[in-house]
Design a protein around this ligand. Sequence first.
Ligand SMILES: NC(=O)C1=CN([C@@H]2O[C@H](COP(=O)(O)OP(=O)(O)OC[C@H]3O[C@@H](n4cnc5c(N)ncnc54)[C@H](O)[C@@H]3O)[C@@H](O)[C@H]2O)C=CC1
Ligand SMILES: O=C(O)/C=C/C=C(\O)C(=O)O
Length: 483
Amino acid sequence: MPSTRLANLIDGRLQAPVDNRWLDIHEPATGVVFAHCPDSTAADVDAAVKSAQKAAPGWASMPSEERARLINRLADLVEARLEEFAALESRDSGKPVALARRLDIPRAVSNLRFFAAAIIAWDSESHAMESGAINYTLRRPLGVVGCISPWNLPLYLFTWKIAPALASGNTVVAKPSEITPCTAALLGELSIEAGFPPGVLNIVQGRGPTTGQAIVEHPAIKAVSFTGSTRTGASIAATAAPQFKKVSLELGGKNPAIVFADADLSDQNLDTIVRSGFANQGEICLCGSRLLVQRSIYDSFRERYLARVKALRVGDPEEASSDLGALVSREHFDKVMGCIAQARDEGGQILIGGHALSPTGRCAEGWFIAPTVIDGLPNETATNQQEIFGPVVTLIPFEDEADAVAIANGTGYGLAASLWTTDLSRAHRMGAQLDFGIVWINCWLLRDLRTPFGGTKQSGVGREGGAEALRFFTEPRNICIRY
Ligand SMILES: NC(=O)C1=CN([C@@H]2O[C@H](COP(=O)(O)OP(=O)(O)OC[C@H]3O[C@@H](n4cnc5c(N)ncnc54)[C@H](O)[C@@H]3O)[C@@H](O)[C@H]2O)C=CC1
Ligand SMILES: O=C(O)/C=C/C=C(\O)C(=O)O
């Protein structure tokens, strides 16, 4: 298949970057370049912002039912081409096509439909004063907003940002990751077919420090919604603060999965615990990369857990039988292999995996790593403190509830914890004590799009999802009427 050139979507038209410079897009499963993406500059961003500014008044004053209709139309178009999107997402990111078909693309469709419905159902607050006045809150769109998304769940997270931004009446300048730009580019094409007015949704492809930075810096961008690394989140916050821009930052995690001796360790629950560590090659900020197990069941649990991890099949993402595919890039593969080497240096015992894999055939040169489980490292080690973002899980024993809370909270991150217990009182107690934005009890990644989504500490600032996202993308105005 000849390699293709992706385009920017600016002012309702597919355009090449002003400087005509392009980035190579690799297929992680083979290491081969299969597409080229615009290496856009500040000039492309500026053109997108100007178009978004022009479109803003019309889009903001359009009835929300009409905005919702267009967003639903886009969802229908994505759904109609689900297979094509899933194949492209898999090729671009290395994830199994089965996962993209089951999770990524359906969730992208749900994101669009959810916020199309949410904006119609959204109501405004009012506060009556006994002294004879009534207040109500108007929520106005911010104007032009920036949405910057990462490579691990490309279309899933891209739509998670643009859907609430558009539904609440903002015009958007969005940038997907330069590592996985393909599905956002296809979505951009479909937005033209759906009938979005020019300038409402602009997609500028390119690198973080250039294109991304230009979006964050642009004075006409009123807010930035970002998902990605903690380091980049800090840089975005530093750029945005002097301009008093709103920021929503969804950053890294070092999440605990906590298994008590009284947990229901059915096959189904064990499968979920394994999935929480290794889904999407461990490249999800919510993955339970620290597996805390009560000491009284440590040995028996470890045996059953390892048997299941051993059964995971790593291979060609195109094969329906592959549970894990390739890591997203050579650079990320090197980072994860470096983390495994560091764990060895710290005295960790590799129970399983710990090495790269070379599937035969077309994937021989791909960036595959065997699911890896490491034992024997205290919580304070770098391995247990740094986000690895790969198929690597550490096992950590704990004595009792207080010990589990101390170890779980003993990290600079605070995104998501999962807790496995049949003791309901313990579940409530720990739910209140765990310093994480999300606590899953006897489940993992069970998502209700109405709930607040985000983390504490270095995992970010603000919440996405449901009304939280609509609040972020709007400015409240208090109207007070005396009668
Ligand atoms: N929490 C999460 O969901 C994610 C965490 N990560 C973590 O980050 C590590 C590095 O991965 P990267 O791809 O380098 O993540 P990154 O945070 O640099 O990239 C995420 C997005 O931000 C953009 N970006 C980068 N620098 C920017 C800047 N100065 N201004 C504006 N936008 C900018 C990128 O182009 C991309 O679209 C991973 O190993 C992983 O640990 C990566 C992706 C997602
Ligand atoms: O909204 C979700 O269900 C998942 C979000 C995941 C991330 O933000 C991530 O992995 O970066």
